[in-house]
Every structure is written in structure tokens, then in C-alpha cells.
Design a protein around this ligand. Structure first.
Ligand code: FPP
Length: 243
């Protein structure tokens, strides 16, 4: 049955924006008696496969929760290792990503990233800014509450300078102050590794998202697992609060 997934996905009924909470790298490594960073490195291979697959299938926007604001509290060696993996991924993959028309953007307090990683990230964003293919949104030093806090600060500035009047504030105005207002809300959010939480990911944008939870650990999440999640999404009826 598994082999047929590729053929039964309806390409017209895909999520426009897919968000992924990539969880379970640490457990994947532990199961194998390996250090946690080996799990993150294996997670990088899943990133490569899922980004490629999303591009091929025709998903327009993919947001990957790669590093949360809370992740700064992990042991220093793990944080340093994750920054190194981010640098490696971007340096190794940029030619292929650019060649395939992928546009890289980032959401989060990216100015807090390690200096070299930030420079490489900015170069990749600039290099791919006019690409027309998959938009790969890397959530880095990202938190949904931090995003709302930053949005409110920027909105407060607009009010102070007289560009926005308080009685004109509505959901649309707030959305316009988020990190990437041009990216539509996620239709589907996948979380791997059996955890059933949002963990501060796209909290404003996920108001009407569908959720897909799988026990599979992120380093084992491959194209077939992605197709399974898309197939389940296609079987759901979305009513957006209506009947
Ligand atoms: C959660 O697993 C995962 C992360 C905190 C980092 C995600 C990073 C990657 C997949 C590496 C590559 C990413 C890019 C964009 C190149 P966990 O460590 O919390 O796992 P655990 O819950 O099993 O401990």
C-alpha cells in the first residue's frame, strides 16, 4: 500500500503553506548510543530530502522550525553544534537550492545567531531573493510570542509616528507586522516524534491550521512519510469555523 502514495496524492489539493516542527533528533541519537549532535546531523539529511520533495511536489511555502528562542538554553556545545550544522547545510546546499529556484527567507530574531552563520544566511537570502520556486522559511531563533512581541513593538512605533491610528487596528494590521506578512497562514503543521504540542511555533498564524502528528522521529521522516501526511490532509474537511 505504501508504494501507491506517490500516485494518489492530488496535486491540486496540497497545502499552500506547510509548517514542520522537526522533533526527535536527540532521541534518534540516543537510541543508537550516539551523541545528540549526531541526531541533528541526521536531521539535516531529512531537511534536505523534505525541502527537495516539497519543491518537486509543488508546495509553495515550507516553514521549518530549526531553532527556537528556547533552544538558546540548551548546553553551549549543542547550540554551537547546531549553528555549525546550519552553516554546513547552507554552504553545501545553496547551489542546488538556488538552481532549483528555491527562495530562502528566515523568521525569528536572527540577529542573535552566531556571526558566521548569520552572514551565510544573509548571503543565501540575498542570492535567492528573486527565485520563483519553493519559499523555504527557516524559523531561526524563532518564537511565536517573540514574533508577536516584535510585531506589537513595531506597530507601537507606527502609532507613535502617526502612521497608524489605534482605532484602525484589526487582525489584518497585526498580521502585516509579523516577520513575513506575505506568507499565507500554514494550512498544515506536521510535528514528528510523538509530541502533541505547538511549542511556540506560528501561534498567530496557526489559528485554522490542520495538525498532523506522527511518532516518527525527525531523522527518519522521509518523502514517503511526507506523502502520507499530505494524503491525510487531503482527506480532511476544512470549515474555518463555518458549517
Ligand atoms: C528538535 O529535536 C530539533 C531541534 C531543536 C533542531 C532542529 C534542527 C535540525 C533538524 C538540524 C538541521 C536544520 C537545518 C535547517 C539545517 P530535539 O533535539 O529536541 O530532539 P529530542 O526531543 O529527541 O531530544
Amino acid at each position: 500500500m505504501k508504494h501507491s502514495t506517490e500516485n494518489i496524492i492530488e496535486l491540486k489539493n496540497l497545502p499552500v503553506h506547510l509548517g514542520v516542527i522537526m522533533d526527535g533528533n536527540g532521541r534518534w541519537a540516543k537510541k543508537r548510543g550516539l551523541p545528540r549532535l549526531a541526531g541533528h546531523r541526521a536531521g539535516m539529511r531529512s531537511v534536505k530530502q523534505i525541502v527537495n520533495s516539497c519543491g518537486e511536489i509543488g508546495i509553495r511555502y515550507l516553514t521549518l522550525y530549526a531553532f527556537s528562542v528556547e533552544n538558546w538554553l540548551r548546553p553551549k556545545a549543542e547550540v554551537t553544534g547546531l549553528m555549525r550544522i546550519l552553516r554546513e547545510y547552507l554552504l553545501k546546499e545553496i547551489d542546488e537550492l538556488d538552481g532549483k529556484g528555491v527562495k530562502i527567507v528566515a523568521s525569528g530574531r536572527i540577529e542573535d545567531l552566531e556571526k558566521t552563520a548569520l552572514k551565510i544566511l544573509r548571503d543565501c537570502i540575498k542570492r535567492t531573493q528573486h527565485n520563483q520556486g519553493l519559499v523555504l522559511n527557516l524559523a531561526l531563533s524563532y518564537g511565536g510570542r517573540a514574533e508577536l512581541t516584535d510585531a506589537i513593538k513595531s506597530l507601537a512605533q507606527d502609532i507613535k509616528s502617526g502612521h497608524v491610528s489605534p482605532d484602525k487596528i484589526d487582525e489584518f494590521v497585526i498580521s502585516k507586522h509579523l516577520y513575513h506578512p506575505e506568507i499565507p497562514d500554514p494550512d498544515l503543521i506536521i510535528r514528528t516524534s510523538g509530541e502533541h504540542r505547538l511549542s511556540n511555533f506560528l501561534i498567530w498564524q496557526s489559528a485554522y491550521s490542520e495538525f498532523y502528528f506522527t511518532e516518527v522521529l525527525w531523522p527518519d521522516f522521509d518523502r514517503e512519510e511526507l506523502l502520507q501526511s499530505l494524503l491525510e490532509f487531503q482527506g480532511r474537511e476544512r470549515r474555518f469555523g463555518r458549517v
